[in-house]
Write a protein that binds this ligand. Structure first.
Ligand code: PLP
Length: 412
């Protein structure tokens, strides 16, 4: 990338941006919600549409001078529809949280009942956390996973839905490592007359690549971020049935947002084109192969995995079972150049500030070109670091080894 002007005009920020690039290059990025975008996506992100105001939708703008912007946004919409076989698409949401807010806003009144996953079992903040707009504006009831299998308990979910009769049910998770049975959600929503919503933020890339069942064609509304397994810019989109298109559009603009970020929409269009290429199927399949390999190697070291493994990009490790807390694990691993996050596990008995698990994902490592055999190295370093959690010298040695290893998988 050419940052010569930035370097000249603001050396302080330039140096920090370069330092962040080095950190990303030298470390093992295991944060399940992160990925590495292509140079083409980066270039679109730093481009001229950033200067434009385009409130409204293609051919219905509140400002003049939008002929070119309309073309960009229409291309993004048509690529997204093709990618997910979506009847209708809105590419304007600025983030996953806004996309979810818009979906609720489109279909519900404040105070209405929504059913979503228990946050300790893998639900997102916007699925009813009490400090979030969702929990403050709507009345959430929560389903969860079965205590023994740690898989979604669909029987309990059906029972709860029949009793509570929510107006909308959300299937979507930040920390659920297993495949979701979307058809079951459609069935119960049809039975009780609820709006059927999926939030596929984490698994969108796996769905686009054919590695997970796709709910988009038959769900009422589907939200997703574009920056996790989908490997696009930090942003989001909404897809829905044709009949709900107008409601969704109005909820985004003028409901929740003003001018859309058209440079980000251009970058989303580029990412959708990348995801439509045949190679993206290989990418999605490699993400899952890597996650399964990493899960197995961790189990070989006696780590306890929530639900006993993974079907996706994501692994939830119950590190407390090995005598270490979530905070301690993420802190020690960071010292070794390995990035992940602490996470609650189902039926968590500790506080969310120091939960029992860590969440790891393989999307970013797979983008760098790592394969199953490389996951052995990753598992070894995780284990070594956790075993030597109080030995600063040893942790530094591991970090150096991790740096050397990562240097074989360059990007940018
Ligand atoms: C990441 C995520 C979001 C929120 O996305 P932001 O862009 O961070 O607002 C919403 N729902 C789920 C399930 C997510 O994983």
């Amino acid at each position: 990338m050419d940052f010569s002007n930035l370097k000249k005009e603001d050396n302080e920020i330039y140096n920090l941006i370069e330092a962040e690039k080095d950190r990303q290059m030298e470390g093992l990025e295991l944060i399940a919600s992160e990925n590495i975008v292509s140079k083409a996506v980066l270039e679109a992100l730093g481009s001229y549409p950033v200067n434009k105001y385009s409130e409204g939708y293609p051919a219905k703008r509140y400002y003049k001078g939008n002929e070119v912007i309309d073309k960009i946004e229409n291309i993004a919409i048509s690529r997204l529809k093709k990618l997910f076989n979506a009847p209708y698409a809105n590419v304007q949401p600025n983030s996953g949280s806004t996309a979810n807010a818009a979906a609720y806003f489109a279909f519900l009144n404040y105070g209405d009942k929504i059913m979503a996953m228990n946050l300790n079992h893998g639900g997102h903040l916007t699925h009813g956390h009490k400090v979030n707009f969702s929990g403050k504006s709507y009345n959430f009831v929560q389903y969860g996973v079965d205590q023994t299998t740690q898989l979604i308990d669909y029987d309990a979910l059906f029972e709860l839905a029949r009793k509570e009769r929510p107006k909308l049910i959300v299937s979507g998770y930040t920390a659920y490592p297993r495949a979701v049975d979307f058809k079951k959600f459609r069935t119960i929503c049809d039975e009780i007359g609820a709006i059927c919503m999926a939030d596929i933020s984490h698994i969108a890339g796996l769905i686009a690549g054919g590695e997970h069942e796709n709910p988009v064609p038959y769900f009422d509304v589907v939200s997703t971020t574009t920056h996790k397994t989908l490997r696009g810019p930090r942003s989001a989109v909404l897809m829905c049935k044709q009949e709900f298109g107008e409601k969704i559009d109005k909820a985004i603009f003028p409901g929740l947002q003003g001018g859309p970020h058209e440079h980000v929409i251009a970058a989303k269009a580029v990412a959708f084109k990348e995801a439509l290429q045949p190679e993206f199927k290989n990418y999605a399949s490699q993400i899952v192969k890597n996650a399964k390999a990493l899960a197995k190697y961790l189990q070989d070291y006696n780590y306890k995995l929530v639900s006993g493994g993974t079907d996706t990009h994501l692994i939830l490790v119950d590190v407390r079972a090995n005598g270490i807390s979530g905070i301690e694990a993420e802190t020690v691993l960071e010292k070794a150049g390995i990035y992940c996050n602490k996470n609650t596990i189902p039926f968590e008995t500790f506080s969310p500030w120091d939960p029992s698990g860590i969440r790891i994902g393989t999307a970013a490592l797979t983008t760098r070109g790592m394969k199953e055999n490389d996951m052995l190295f990753v598992a070894e370093q995780i284990h070594l670091a956790l075993q030597n959690k109080n030995d600063e010298i040893k942790l530094k040695e591991i970090k150096e080894k991790v740096n050397l290893f990562c240097n074989q998988f360059k990007f940018y």
